[in-house]
Design a binder for this molecule. Sequence first.
Ligand SMILES: Nc1c(C(=O)O)ncn1[C@@H]1O[C@H](COP(=O)(O)O)[C@@H](O)[C@H]1O
Length: 154
Amino acid sequence: MAVENAPVVGIIMGSESDMPAMQPCMDQLDAFGVPYEVKVASAHRKPAVVHEWASTAHQRGIRVIVAAAGKAAHLGGVVAAYTPNPVITVPMKTSDLGGLDSLLSMVQMPSGVPVACVAINGAKNAAILAVQILGAGDDAARRQIIDFKESMAQ
Ligand SMILES: Nc1c(C(=O)O)ncn1[C@@H]1O[C@H](COP(=O)(O)O)[C@@H](O)[C@H]1O
């Protein structure tokens, strides 16, 4: 049975240093009233933790995952390998290559393991897309998007 206010969006990021750029994602989910959980874990530095988190997310009630990372941003692809949930990746802007490194390493997934990818530092759009995905099968989430689009047009 679904627990009321249990997280339905799982946000994972490769480092604490990604947190400021990802804050708009959390803020937007708060604005929609969509519950989420946040995990900081790196597929490079803590592969076992990422494996555990990603492979059990759907069992905890998570329905969409947002994965943010910078540089050699393999985190989203690794998470996608372990979960049946849709994964939205957020390439982090980087000091050396401006985030093109993050973008290309996220978006160029091999056939069979897709991820969605928003713009460099596109944290807010990741939240909106996550709720749109939820809204495909949930009337309340779809209502949030309809209201959001109306207020954006004003
Ligand atoms: N791309 C990845 C992964 C991964 O893909 O597993 N783990 C950490 N990182 C990224 O490294 C950058 C620098 O991290 P630090 O600031 O911790 O050195 C961050 O943007 C992080 O997402």
